[in-house]
Write a protein that binds this ligand. Sequence first.
Ligand code: ARG
Length: 459
Amino acid sequence: TSNRMWGGRFAAGPDAIMEAINASIGFDQRLAREDIEGSRAHAAMLAATGIISGSDADAIREGLLTVLSEIEGGDFPFSAALEDIHMNVEARLRDLIGEPAGRLHTARSRNDQVALDFRMWVRAQCDALDEALVALLRALLAQAEAGTDWVMPGFTHLQTAQPVTWGHHMLAYVEMFARDRARFADARKRMNLSPLGAAALAGTSFPIDRQMTAEALGFDGPSANSLDAVADRDFALEFLAAASITAMHLSRFAEELVIWSSAQFRFVTLSDRFSTGSSIMPQKKNPDAAELIRAKIGRILGANIALMTVMKGLPLTYSKDMQEDKEPVFDAADALMLALAAMTGMVGDMTANQGALRAAAASGFSTATDLADWLVRVLGLPFREAHHITGRLVALAEAKGCDLPDLTLEQMKSIHDGITESVYDVLTVEASVASRTSYGGTAPVRVREQIARWKEQLA
Ligand code: ARG
């Protein structure tokens, strides 16, 4: 038998394989709430504009609430023959209220309907992710406060570069995740125009009020071009792009935690709550949560690329290809939410090991730049020459198997006889970080200012 929603011109129903490839109900049932909210607003508008009667609209709006509670109750008989969430909801509405249900789809198409539902779903994710990012920012800030001036090695190329502070390092991630928040907020602003009323693609001859539905559904207004409204999936792509960047940041931090928690580094101790053991090696405590967070970028960026690839080359306006837009977004959103929650838990629970951080900071000639700067400042040498002399001092220390502060003044003088006792003042890691007071620098005095700024911003 042919489809009651669109089967008028069909003599035969679809092949089972056709039904299987066509149906989206397996995944788009996640849009049930948005679909019903959108339909309720649409029905109210149809009545307000006199397109359907007030009593029909009331019956539709009431009936839709029943459908929603059935779906949320978990015993809704979703049907693949009804393809998607839109037709499953409408068919059930018809069972419940009869004839008025058939008036709901006036001046509307599944094309603007799905564009609306999906936009609302992605918009809600932007809000949920914002909250999750704030929770992570707070956890990072607490870490920054706990060890504001603890000295640790700063790295480039993962080689010891210059001493920095734990607070400064934590705040680097605060900056990144705060930008991620801004990216979601920015995407949200752009996506917040309602496609409802674009109908199939060209608009409608019914005297609809798109402003009214837009307002009822929390949009800033209706979208201005009906073709664009049903063809656009930029909003989902922007969401995935922002999600990919966030996941990339999480991945970098997770990688640091994996390295830092190793026996060779011991910079941090991860809590038992966010670690796992080995089934063969009894001594093991593995940073699995960090590793899984590190990996999530794979599926999230994969989703971004998948949807971009689906959309490229599609002629305006709607093509069924676009039904493939949802699963990657659902999966990426779920993965990112979980990764953020795991990272927040892990950061909240972890303990930085001040002693190990300091010992690592003091090794690897980390204050060589401070020595070179001293030669410039005190002896008036050109920086290039100071750099060269310091390099020779490093080579000397390396040959002696010691660090820079362990060289005697005599040994120093053998490389440059202008060097005096006061050079040792700049060779400690504490002096090194305290001296970097330029704006944005690692000096504890600067870091404290930044912590105060972020605390105010997140209050
Ligand atoms: N299930 C469809 C989707 O997700 C809904 C829109 C169908 N529109 C159509 N003209 N067949 O994209």
